[in-house]
Design a protein around this ligand. Sequence first.
Ligand SMILES: [Zn+2]
Length: 319
Amino acid sequence: MATIPWLVDVLRGAGVQVVVEGDWLNRMRPGSFDPIGVLWHHTASTSSATNPHPALNICINGRPDLAGPLCQALVDYHGVFHVISAGRCNHAGTSGGSGPIPAGDGNTMLIGWEIDYNGVNQEMTAAQYDASVAATAAVLTRLGRDASYARGHRETSTTGKIDPSFIDLNVMRADVAARIGTAGWSSIVDNATAGRFTASTSWGVSSYSGQRYGADYRYADPVAASDPAWYRFDVPAAGNYRVDAWWPANAGYNGATPYIVATTTGNRTVYVDQRATGGQWRTLGTFALPAGDANRVAVSRWSTAGGLVIADAVRLTRV
Ligand SMILES: [Zn+2]
């Protein structure tokens, strides 16, 4: 991943107020960016209701000793997210390792919020905290990570950073986890989702049906052998998840397609008729799933019915 152009939509989807600061999609540092977590900072500037984002200009443009942008978003006194960058920023420096965040290049691994308060005799406002929790939960959900991937700069810093002050980071993570849990985590894996869909070369690629999800889908003849197409999900916590599937329908498609769900108590199989009800999400059922990143749902070719077996998109939603 080189950029996170979804950031504004994800924040707004979580109810966070957003101000887009200029050309955020193209404003970034050169170098690698492949974020797995979120890092909280304070700016050390004194903000107020009448001067809500005193560090905004520095976060966009940098300072003589450090080139901007200095964070992906600045959180002002009122809890408004000023989105500055969709790419790599100079905010984290070297990570010494914290929780699931390994030692290494923090600017590659972490998305940074600079929360604008001074941290010495001024605490984060309630609006800043609430917005930062909501934003962190939404971004981690988008990344497929749990709340342990939210860290404070003072936890990852190798140079003695103290930010964010006045915040118990374990309480912060608990609040993020609660927000993720109640927000109804949901994730879609399409046949084109990089790294999350696997199928053998026996599965062809087609864009024939206008009912497809995304650009195309996979198809294969039914066969009395094991050759499933797998959908991999990073399930954030053990619990019950609704499984929905999307296929394009056609009279020539399979009348009894087996979908296999790998649950905490073994595989469960649900049969669907891909000759009908295409081009929409269809619920396969609700299943108990374990936490972790693994193949969770498959489309099997092992059908006794005729017609092409279709593998398009699958969605999990925590219930
Ligand atoms: Zn910092």
